[in-house]
Design a protein around this ligand. Structure first.
Ligand code: NAD
Length: 499
C-alpha cells in the first residue's frame, strides 16, 4: 500500500507553480487579457493553482503558431514522426508514477486507476499510432493498361481539439496521437475543470516536437472553445463532451464546412442472461465484477454501464451477490493505492449527481445500496465523495434515460432476448453496451442487435488502442482509436495518371 503525498506539499517531488500559462509555439505564453482562473483539486475541494484563462486572442496566437509550423511538420518523413511519437511514449512511461499522481490530484480519480490504466493506455496509444502510420497503405489501382490511380495521404493541416474533464490526459492523447502521426498541427483546449495535468505533460514532452506543432490553450467553453471550434483557420474539429455541446460544435463547423469527430454522452446497457448464474465459478465472478464497473472512475465515463438489465430467472441470486460486490468497493483518499473509488471531478458534477439521487427516489426507484454522499473526514471533508449507488426501477424513469455521469446504476429485469434488446435500444444514446452469457449465440445476436458503437462481450471497460470506439445515435459521429483514425486526420489525394 502506498499513500502519495499531495503534489506541491513539502514531501512531494511534484512541483506546483502559483500559476500556469498557455503552451503556444513551443513556449509558455501568458494570456493576452492577463486573466487566470482557479484550479481546484476535487480531493479536498481546495484551490491549488491558477491557470491562464484563454480567450479568442490566445486561440488566434496558437493558430498563428500552428500555421507557421504546418508545412514543415506535414513534410516530415513518416519515420521521423513515428520516432517522435515513440520518444513521447518513452518519456511518459519514464514519468508514469508522477503523471498518475498529477492526474489524480487534478481529477479526483483513484491513483490505482491512473497508475494501472489512464497513463499506461496513453503511453500505448502513442506507440500504437507510431506503428500505424508506418504501416498505412495508400492503395494504387491499375485502371487500364495506360492509366493508374495513385492515392496519397496528406495531413489536413491545423486541427482543433476540445476535451472533457473525466480522463484529461487519456482523452487528450486519444486525439493527439493520430493527429500528430498523420502530420497535423494542433490547438488543444482542455476542460476548465482539469486544466493542469495536460500542462504538466506538456512540460515533459513539449520540447520533443517542433515549436508550434502542438499548442495548448486553456479556458472556458464559450470564451476559448467556441473561438477555436468556429475558426475558419482549422481544417477539422475533434470534440469530446456533452451531447448538447456537440450540437453547437456541429453548427460552428458547418459554417466552415470542415469535418467533425464527436464523442458524446451515453447511457450504456449492461445485460446479464440467466446462464451467467449456472455455476458459482470464475465466469460468474467476472460477471459480478462487470456489474460493479459502473463505479469505475466514479462513474464519470461516457460508457459507464449505467443501466443494468438482469434476466428474471437469476435475478434473486445475482442481484444480492452483485450488491455485495458493490458494497466491497473501497472509498477513500484518491492518493491511496488501496482506494478503489475517489472523488467526483468537480463541485458542479457532485451537485448534479446528488440531484439525480433525489430524482430517482422521487420517481419511485428503490435504493438497493448507497444513495448518500460520503464525508471522509480531515482534509478530505471538502472533497466530492458519493457512495456507489444501485437503483431498482423501470427503463422509462429519468434515471434510466438521462446521463448521470456518476457512480449510479439503474437496474431492471427482463424476460427474454427480445425484451432485453428492446430495453437496451430504448435510449437516445448508443455508445457502449455489455452482454454477459455463456452462449456465444446469445452474445453474438445481442452484440449485433444493440445499437451502440462498442459492445463488450463477457467483459467491460477495456480500451485497447486497436479497437474502434465511437457512438451511434446521439452519442456521436466518427470513431477514435484503431488505425482507421488516421483517415480521419488526412485528406486522400488521387493522381489519375495516363501513361
Ligand atoms: P462539456 O461539453 O461541458 O465540455 C467539454 C469541453 O467542451 C470542455 O473543454 C468545454 O470547455 C468545452 N465547451 C463547452 N462549451 C463549448 C462551446 N460552446 N464551444 C466550444 N467548446 C465548448 O462536457 P464535460 O462536462 O466536460 O464532459 C462530460 C461529457 O463528456 C459527458 O456527456 C460524457 O459522456 C462525455 N464524454 C464522452 C466521451 C466519448 O468518447 N464519447 C468520452 C468522455 C466524455
Amino acid at each position: 500500500m502506498t499513500v502519495y503525498t499531495p503534489p506541491g506539499s513539502a514531501d512531494s517531488t511534484i512541483e506546483v507553480k502559483g500559476q500556469y500559462e498557455n503552451f503556444i509555439g513551443g513556449d509558455w505564453v501568458p494570456p493576452v487579457k492577463g486573466e487566470y482562473f482557479d484550479n481546484i483539486t476535487p480531493v479536498t475541494g481546495q484551490v491549488f493553482t491558477r491557470v491562464a484563462r484563454g480567450t479568442a486572442e490566445d486561440i488566434d496566437k496558437a493558430l498563428d503558431a500552428a500555421h507557421a509550423a504546418k508545412d514543415a511538420w506535414g513534410k516530415t518523413s513518416i519515420t521521423e514522426r513515428s520516432n517522435i511519437l515513440l520518444k513521447i511514449a518513452d518519456t511518459l512511461e519514464a514519468n508514469l508514477e508522477d503523471i498518475a499522481v498529477i492526474e489524480t490530484w487534478d481529477n479526483g480519480k483513484a491513483v490505482r486507476e491512473t497508475l494501472a490504466a489512464d497513463i499506461p493506455l496513453a503511453v500505448d496509444h502513442f506507440r500504437y499510432f507510431a506503428g500505424a502510420i508506418r504501416a498505412q497503405e495508400s492503395g494504387n489501382t491499375e485502371i487500364d493498361n495506360d492509366t493508374v490511380a495513385y492515392h496519397f495521404h496528406e495531413p489536413l493541416g491545423v486541427v482543433g481539439q476540445i476535451i472533457p474533464w473525466n480522463f484529461p490526459i487519456l482523452m487528450g492523447v486519444w486525439k493527439l496521437a493520430p493527429a500528430l502521426a498523420a502530420g497535423n498541427c494542433i490547438v488543444l483546449k482542455p476542460a476548465e475543470q482539469t486544466p493542469w495535468s495536460i500542462l504538466k505533460v506538456m512540460e515533459l514532452i513539449g520540447h520533443l516536437l517542433p515549436a508550434g506543432v502542438l499548442n495548448v490553450v486553456n479556458g472556458f467553453g464559450v470564451e476559448a472553445g467556441k473561438p477555436l471550434a468556429s475558426s475558419p483557420r482549422i481544417a477539422k474539429i475533434a470534440f469530446t463532451g456533452e451531447t448538447t455541446t456537440g450540437r453547437l460544435i456541429m453548427q460552428y463547423a458547418s459554417q466552415n464546412i470542415i469535418p467533425v469527430t464527436l464523442e458524446l454522452g451515453g447511457k450504456s446497457p449492461n445485460v446479464f442472461f440467466d446462464d451467467v448464474a449456472a455455476q458459482d465459478d470464475a465466469f460468474y465472478d467476472k460477471a459480478l465484477e462487470g456489474f460493479s464497473m459502473f463505479a469505475l472512475n466514479q462513474g464519470e465515463i461516457c460508457t459507464c454501464p449505467s443501466r443494468a438489465l438482469v434476466q428474471k430467472g437469476m435475478y434473486a441470486k445475482f442481484v444480492p451477490d452483485a450488491i455485495k460486490r458493490v458494497e466491497a468497493i473501497v472509498q477513500g483518499n484518491p492518493l491511496d493505492t488501496e482506494t478503489m473509488m475517489g472523488a467526483q471531478a468537480s463541485n458542479d458534477q457532485f451537485e448534479k449527481i446528488k440531484s439525480y439521487l433525489d430524482i430517482g427516489r422521487e420517481e419511485g426507484a428503490k435504493v438497493l445500496t448507497g444513495g448518500e454522499v460520503v464525508d471522509l473526514g480531515g482534509d478530505l471533508s471538502g472533497g466530492y465523495y458519493i457512495q456507489p449507488t444501485v437503483f431498482e426501477g423501470t427503463n422509462k424513469m429519468r434515471i434510466f434515460q438521462e446521463e448521470i455521469f456518476g457512480p449510479v446504476v439503474s437496474l431492471t429485469s427482463f424476460t427474454d432476448e427480445e425484451e432485453a434488446l428492446s430495453i437496451a435500444n430504448d435510449s437516445l444514446y448508443g455508445l457502449g453496451a455489455g452482454v454477459w452469457s455463456r452462449s456465444a449465440h446469445t452474445t453474438y445476436r445481442m452484440g449485433r442487435g444493440i445499437q451502440a458503437g462498442r459492445v463488450w462481450t463477457n467483459c467491460y471497460h477495456q480500451y485497447p488502442a486497436g479497437a474502434a470506439f465511437g457512438g451511434y445515435k446521439a452519442s456521436g459521429i466518427g470513431r477514435e482509436n484503431h488505425k482507421m483514425m488516421l483517415d480521419h486526420y488526412q485528406q486522400t489525394k488521387n493522381l489519375l495518371v495516363s501513361y
